[in-house]
Write a protein that binds this ligand. Sequence first.
Ligand code: PAF
Length: 281
Amino acid sequence: MHIFEKIGPLEDYLDSCREDNRSITLVPTMGGLHEGHLQLIEKAKECSDMVVVSVFVNPTQFAENEDFKAYPKTLSEDKRLLEAIKVEAMFAPLDNEVYPDGNSQDYDVGEMGKILCGISRPIHFNGVAQVVSRLFDIVKPDYAVFGEKDYQQLLIIKSLVERQGIKTTIVSVPTLRESDGTAMSTRNNYLSPEDRANAPLFYQQLVAIKAAIQNGTDISSATGQALETLSGVFDVEYIEVLNANNLTQITTSSNEIIIISAVRLGETRLIDNIVFRRSDV
Ligand code: PAF
């Protein structure tokens, strides 16, 4: 595997790939790689001739009071994993490589960035947009792969790409779950054994909302019931049933529906969602 810490040599390598007519897929990550990331990489391999995985814990998407310092930094383990699955190139830059002129650029993340996670994390999506456009600028990928667990992030990136006319196709991969249903996440590592044992209730309640809606229960009763059950264990930040295409309120014509939620379990913030079609209802 080619490992790049500097932009220049990475760009040279990618230019030589393009000269050989090889298409490029980028998988942006913050490291702490788990099985869920490996699925993104498998998808990336299906998309193109070569795959670049970036590993960069982006400081601009964390607020002062968030877990930037505590975020797992497991670079040598990440390298070992990527080598084992034969990733062609890893980009593991330093902060000053990514943001040589500081990180002042603001992005309009639109209305979608101000709701749900954007309420408790007001600078988060701006930071995500900043690093993703920077990575796209450097790698100029034909495809980029993101997980559907971070669904709001996925839609914001899709709209950023559209508005800025970036020629990268955004590909998404369904959430990978542990055998107990819990969505795989680097942040699951923060959970105490007791909290980890309670975590599956989160997804179970999203499934319960979907089942209740499918059985004809109205949305507010379905979410109200789940909220009551979840509140015994979690601090529920939000739990909403929305149009999955744009995260607006659903109307009679909304076909794709998302049940989306963020909760806190101890100090750990967890997010999850289920997307389904109204025709499944
Ligand atoms: O989803 C993530 O891991 C991050 O938000 C991303 C897209 C790599 C940007 O730092």
